[in-house]
Design a protein around this ligand. Structure first.
Ligand SMILES: Cc1cc2nc3c(=O)[nH]c(=O)nc-3n(C[C@H](O)[C@H](O)[C@H](O)COP(=O)(O)OP(=O)(O)OC[C@H]3O[C@@H](n4cnc5c(N)ncnc54)[C@H](O)[C@@H]3O)c2cc1C
Length: 488
C-alpha cells in the first residue's frame, strides 16, 4: 500500500481541497460523499426548475493569497461582484456594516442620543474580560445599539440568549469593528487598513462563480478525477477502523443499501466530530465519546421563493431584525450572479430560518414553510399578496457548529485522544474541527493536512489556522498564510 494513500470523508471545500492537492502529487485518494449528486457540502449549489441557489450566499474572499490562488487555479473566470447588504429594522433599511451617522439619523434624535450615551457608558466602564456575546458587543457598540442591531438577529441565528453564546463567535465574525471604527469609516471610507488589512465585515466586493459556489467545487471534483483520484457520491461513511498494521479501513453505506470499503494509510475527515466519534474503531474512551456527543450544531432551512422582479431590493442579502417574523436573513440570488435565475423577468429569494433538527420549523411541511415565508415577506413589506409564484425548501443539517459554554474543552478532549490513539487520522474543515469558519479556513486546514501527509510527518499544526485562514507558527502570531506557504 502507498504510504500516502488517503481516504477522505466529505466532498465539501475541505475534503476536495485535500483530494485535489494530494492527487496532484500522485497520491491515491478516494473521497466518500454522502450526498447523492452534489459536491461542495454547505458550499454546494442546489438547482430547482432552472433556479440555482446556495445554502446562504457564499462570498469567495480570503486574506490568504494561497487560498485565493487556489480558487483561481480551479476556476479562472470567477466573477467579481459588488457587495450590498442591509439591515431591515422597524420598516427601514440600514446599511450593513452599520454606518454610524446614517444609523443614528434614521433612528431619530431621541434614539440616537440614547445610543451615543450608552456607547459612552460602555467605553467608560467596559465589562472586563467579556465571555459572552452580549458583553462583548455591548463593549464594542454600547447597550442600545446592541439591543437594536445585534440581539434579535443573533438570538434567531443561535436559538439561545446572547448571554449563553461564547464571545469567540462575535470576536471572529465582527472582529475589528466597533462603533468607533464605524464612525471612522464613515468619515474616512478608504477600506485598506494600515498593513493592507481589511476589516472582515466591511469587504465591498467578492468573487463568485457564475453558477454559484457549487460550480467551483464541481470543477475541483473533475480535476481530482483527471488526476487519478476518485470521488464516490452517495456513499455515507459508517466506520473507520485502524488495524494493528497501521492501515485504516473505511467503510461506506451506498445509496442502494450495499456497503463498500477502501484501505488507506490516512483518513481525512470533514464529517462532524459528533458523527465521526462513534464510527471509530478501536472505540474512543467514554470521556472522549461523551465530549464528542456533547458538541451541538444549529440547523438551517432555506425557503426559496420565486417572484416577478419588481426591483424591491437589489442587495445580495438583507438581515431581518424585526422580532415579529421568524426569518433571519433574505438572499437575493440574482444579485449574486444574474445567471442564478433562468428568466431575467424573475427574481429568486432565499428566506433563511435558523432552527434545530426536529423542531417545529425543521419538521414543518414544505408547502406550509413556503406559505409562511410568503406571509413574512408581505408582513415586512417586501412583497404584496399574490406576488410569490412558486417556492421550494432546502434543509441543511449542522450548518453551524455551536460555540456554547464548554465546547472548546470538549473539542480539546477529543483532539487529545485522537492524537494519542489514532495515527493517520486527520480532522479538517468546519464541522470536522468544530470551527465556525468560512471556506478559506476549511481549505487552509486541508492544505496543511495535505502537506503533512506528503511529508510523512506533522509539519504543520492545522489547529493553528485562525479564522482568517492565517497560519500561526508557535510563538509567531504575526505569521500569515502567505508566509506559511513560503515556509512550506
Ligand atoms: C448560511 C451559511 C453561509 C455561508 N457563507 C459563506 C461565505 O459567504 N463564504 C465562505 O467562504 N463560507 C461561507 N460559509 C461557510 C462554508 O459553507 C463552510 O466553511 C464550508 O462549506 C466548510 O467546508 P467543509 O468541507 O469543512 O464542510 P462541509 O461544507 O460541511 O462539507 C462536508 C461534506 O462532508 C459530507 N459528509 C459528512 N459526513 C459524511 C459521512 N459520514 N460520509 C460521507 N460524507 C459525509 C457532507 O455531506 C458534506 O458534503 C457559509 C456557511 C453557511 C451555513
Amino acid at each position: 500500500m502507498d504510504e500516502r494513500s488517503t481516504a477522505i470523508i466529505g466532498a465539501g471545500p475541505a475534503g476536495l481541497t485535500a483530494a485535489y492537492l494530494l492527487s496532484k502529487q500522485g497520491v491515491p485518494v478516494t473521497v466518500f460523499e454522502g450526498h447523492p449528486s452534489l459536491v461542495g457540502g454547505i458550499a454546494r449549489t442546489e438547482v430547482w426548475k432552472g433556479f440555482r441557489f446556495d445554502i446562504g450566499g457564499h462570498r469567495f474572499f480570503s486574506k490568504s493569497r494561497r487560498v485565493e490562488d487556489l480558487w483561481t487555479e480551479i476556476l479562472p473566470d470567477l466573477l467579481v461582484r459588488p457587495r450590498s447588504s442591509r439591515i431591515f429594522y422597524d420598516g427601514k433599511f440600514f446599511s450593513y456594516p452599520l454606518r454610524a451617522f446614517e444609523a443614528l439619523s434614521k433612528l431619530g434624535p431621541f434614539e440616537a442620543a440614547r445610543c451615543v450615551a450608552s456607547y459612552a457608558a460602555a467605553r467608560l466602564r467596559p465589562v472586563p474580560d467579556p465571555r459572552n456575546i452580549e458583553d462583548w458587543t455591548v463593549n464594542q457598540f454600547g447597550r442600545r445599539l446592541y439591543e437594536i442591531f445585534f440581539k434579535t438577529y443573533t438570538e434567531k441565528v443561535w436559538g439561545m440568549p446572547c448571554r449563553e453564546i461564547s464571545a469567540d463567535w462575535a470576536a471572529q465574525r465582527i472582529k475589528g469593528l466597533s462603533l468607533g471604527t464605524a464612525i471612522l469609516n464613515a468619515l474616512r471610507p478608504a477600506r485598506p487598513q494600515p498593513r493592507g488589512e481589511v476589516v472582515k465585515s466591511l469587504i465591498e466586493s467578492f468573487r463568485y462563480p457564475r453558477h454559484g459556489p457549487g460550480m467551483l467545487w464541481e470543477a475541483c471534483a473533475e480535476k481530482v478525477g483527471a488526476q487519478g483520484g476518485e470521488v464516490r457520491m452517495g456513499r455515507r461513511v459508517v466506520s473507520c477502523s485502524l488495524g494493528a498494521d497501521g492501515a485504516w479501513t473505511v467503510e461506506a453505506q451506498c445509496d442502494d443499501g450495499s456497503r463498500e470499503s477502501v484501505q488507506a494509510r490516512h483518513v481525512v475527515s470533514s464529517a462532524a466530530i459528533a458523527d465521526l466519534a462513534p464510527m471509530l474503531r478501536p472505540a474512543l474512551s467514554d470521556e472522549a465519546s461523551r465530549a464528542a456527543a456533547g458538541l451541538r450544531y444549529r440547523d438551517f432551512v432555506t425557503v426559496v421563493l420565486v417572484l416577478e422582479d419588481r426591483h424591491v431590493f437589489d442587495d445580495n442579502w438583507l438581515y431581518v431584525h424585526d422580532p415579529g417574523v421568524k426569518v433571519g436573513r433574505i438572499q437575493n440570488f440574482k444579485s449574486w450572479s444574474p445567471d442564478m435565475v433562468p428568466d431575467p423577468a424573475l427574481v429568486c429569494y432565499g428566506l433563511e430560518y435558523f432552527c434545530f433538527r426536529g423542531d417545529a420549523l425543521w419538521t414543518m411541511p414544505d408547502a406550509d414553510l413556503v406559505a409562511m415565508a410568503s406571509r413574512e415577506l408581505e408582513h415586512i413589506g417586501l412583497a404584496r399578496p399574490g406576488w410569490v409564484r412558486d417556492g421550494t425548501v432546502v434543509r441543511q443539517p449542522a450548518a453551524y457548529p455551536i460555540y456554547d459554554e464548554g465546547y472548546a474543552d470538549r473539542v480539546a478532549v477529543v483532539r487529545d485522544e485522537l492524537r494519542r490513539r489514532m495515527p493517520g487520522l486527520h480532522l479538517v474543515g468546519r464541522n470536522g474541527m468544530h470551527k465556525y469558519n468560512n471556506q478559506d479556513h476549511s481549505m487552509m486546514t486541508a492544505m496543511l493536512c495535505a502537506e503533512n501527509i506528503l511529508a510523512g510527518r506533522e509539519l504543520r499544526d492545522v489547529w493553528r489556522v485562525n479564522q482568517d485562514a492565517e497560519y500561526h507558527e508557535e510563538g509567531s502570531e504575526a505569521a500569515s498564510a502567505a508566509s506559511a506557504s513560503r515556509n512550506a
